[in-house]
Design a protein around this ligand. Structure first.
Ligand code: NAD
Length: 510
């Protein structure tokens, strides 16, 4: 039985287990003396205590990664591919185990947790094609007797800092391409649900990944700052809220690191009068309340155009009582709890805030939340939300869906384009011409046409615009490969007496 599996048993018996770092291929207990609580949100009880790393512990992980990098970068592409196929098999075979860990610490329902693992697995599968992804260009006879070719090389030790809402998938989006490209990786997962990362480390070791290539250090701001300051780390991938993304980007780049920092979101779904209202209502309920609204691609604002509004509200209200809220391990549950009590209370406070600001509270999720001590909140719907209200402006990150009513398509697009965030957006319509115009003019990184959560497949890249991304390159897919490598161009000539002569002029290409 793996260590994480053993821990799961202990927790089932009511014990508070210690969750430690993973450095150089083994579990390493923290010595900082600091730790944070980990809860089972469905029960509302603490089940774990996660070690918080000090500056010295981050350094130990970076040193281990730096040692491992030297040999890892020399491993042939065919061996790396072979290893990635093994990793793929192990993650696939343990998908249910990983999903259960997610449900026990994050709270999302098991079916959703399995979906998360599946979307991470897609990126691992993409990385099985690493020989093709790292192919460079070659120009024979670029000049007489001279050939030019480009290669992409790994950066060295790279780090990932991840949010609580996708404790397995977002790390996979980072470590899989980073390692496939030949880097060594240091992961600092969310301190709220850290166990999936340690379990992943065990699987990677079982697959045959050399010790030190993948390390996990837990912690809070101290650990993040130590990563940003460490001269041995070449690049940082971050996913989390916008204020921290901006901080990580500014601090990391000031230290001459390459940084991609994905931030928060306020995703709009525009419903035009010609849309299939049942299809739009199903999509709004799934994308607004799935994972209790704790998705960076969740739809949080519906923009109903013209007479679509009344029909849409009616269709959504009809569906809400059927959303079963409960323990994520109960197969009947469709929506689990929020991640912590504080977060649940903050999300719930937006219901009163919306009413005070003049929105109509159509459904109040506090009235339907299971009352068992878990961090539950039922589904809430606010109508007549206006752009100047906090419930519109803030990323609520919970099961509170807002509806704003506008008269025209142009007004709807203006709302999206003027919003500071630009992660995902969706348009529901039957009009192909309008949809085409929409994709042309909308200011967001991921666009859905009659698709509410347009998370790109693994062979495209994921990322938003505006305050949803700091940095130039999106995550995973071709841009992920670019992020974790740097280019080199070689200009070569082999000794050829016929073309050899002294020439003090600037090299010409003809
Ligand atoms: P968060 O910003 O609070 O935390 C993210 C990471 O930053 C964690 O590892 C955390 O330990 C660390 N951190 C927190 N406070 C810090 C500080 N003051 N200094 C340094 N590091 C700090 O985000 P979260 O609450 O874990 O996750 C939810 C947020 O993530 C939402 O805003 C959501 O939209 C966003 N998110 C975005 C994407 C995306 O792809 N754009 C994906 C998932 C989540």
């Amino acid at each position: 039985m793996t260590e994480v599996a053993e821990q799961r048993e202990s927790r089932a018996g009511g014990e508070i287990v210690r969750i430690s770092h993973w450095i150089d291929g083994k579990r390493v207990e923290g010595f900082s003396g600091r730790s944070g609580p980990v809860y089972n949100p469905s029960k509302g009880v603490q089940t774990g205590a996660v070690d918080f790393a000090s500056v010295e512990e981050i350094d130990a992980a970076v040193q281990a990664a730096a040692r491992a990098f030297e040999s890892w970068r020399t491993i042939s592409l065919s061996r790396r591919t072979e290893l990635f196929f093994r990793i793929r098999e192990l993650v696939h075979d343990h998908a249910e185990d990983i999903a259960r860990i997610l449900t026990l610490e994050h709270g999302k329902v098991l079916s959703d947790a399995k979906g998360e693992v599946a979307r991470g697995l897609e990126v691992i599968e993409f990385c099985c094609g690493i020989p093709d992804l790292l192919k460079g260009g070659y120009s024979e006879q670029a000049s007489t007797g001279i050939d030019v070719y480009s290669i992409r090389q790994p950066l060295g030790v790279v780090a990932g800092i991840t949010p609580f809402n996708f404790p397995a998938m977002v790390p996979m989006w980072m470590w899989a391409p980073a390692i496939a490209c030949g880097n060594a990786f240091v992961l600092k997962p969310s301190e709220k649900d850290p166990s999936a990362s340690v379990f992943t480390a065990e699987l990677l070791k079982e697959a045959g990944l050399p010790d030190g290539v993948f390390n996990v250090v837990h912690g809070d701001k101290v650990a993040v700052d130590a990563i940003l300051e460490h001269p041995g780390i070449a690049a940082v991938s971050f996913v989390g809220s916008t204020p921290i993304a901006r901080y990580v980007y500014e601090t990391g780049t000031a230290k001459a690191k390459r940084v991609q920092a994905l931030g928060g979101a306020k995703n709009h779904m525009i419903v035009l009068p010609d849309a299939d209202i049942d299809m739009a209502a199903d999509a709004a309920v799934s994308a607004g309340y799935g994972s209790a609204g704790e998705r960076c691609m969740a739809v949080s604002m519906l923009v109903a155009v013209g007479h679509a509004a009344d029909d849409l509200v009616e269709a959504i209200v009809e569906r809400l009582p059927k959303v079963k809220v409960g323990d994520g391990l109960d197969p009947d549950s469709e929506m689990g709890p929020l991640v912590t009590r504080e977060h649940r209370d903050k999300v719930a406070s937006y219901i009163d805030r919306g009413r005070d600001e003049g929105a109509t509270v159509v459904t109040d999720g506090r009235e339907t939340a299971p009352d068992n001590g878990g961090f539950f909140l039922g589904v809430s719907l606010l109508d007549n939300v206006k752009p100047e209200m906090d419930v519109y402006k803030d990323e609520i990150f919970g099961p509170v869906l807002g509806i704003t009513r506008v008269e025209t398509y142009e007004e709807a697009v203006r709302l999206v384009n003027e919003n500071p965030y630009g992660n995902g957006v969706a348009l529901f319509t039957r009009d192909g011409g309008v949809a085409r115009q929409f994709q042309f003019e909308v200011k967001a990184g991921m666009v859905g046409v009659n698709v509410p959560i347009p998370v790109p497949v693994a062979y495209y890249s994921f990322g938003g615009w505006k305050s949803s991304l700091f940095g130039d390159l999106h995550i995973y897919g071709p841009e992920g490969i670019q992020f974790y490598t740097r280019g080199k161009v070689v200009t070569s000539r082999w000794p050829d007496p016929a073309t050899s002569k002294v020439d003090l002029g600037f090299p010409q290409t003809r």
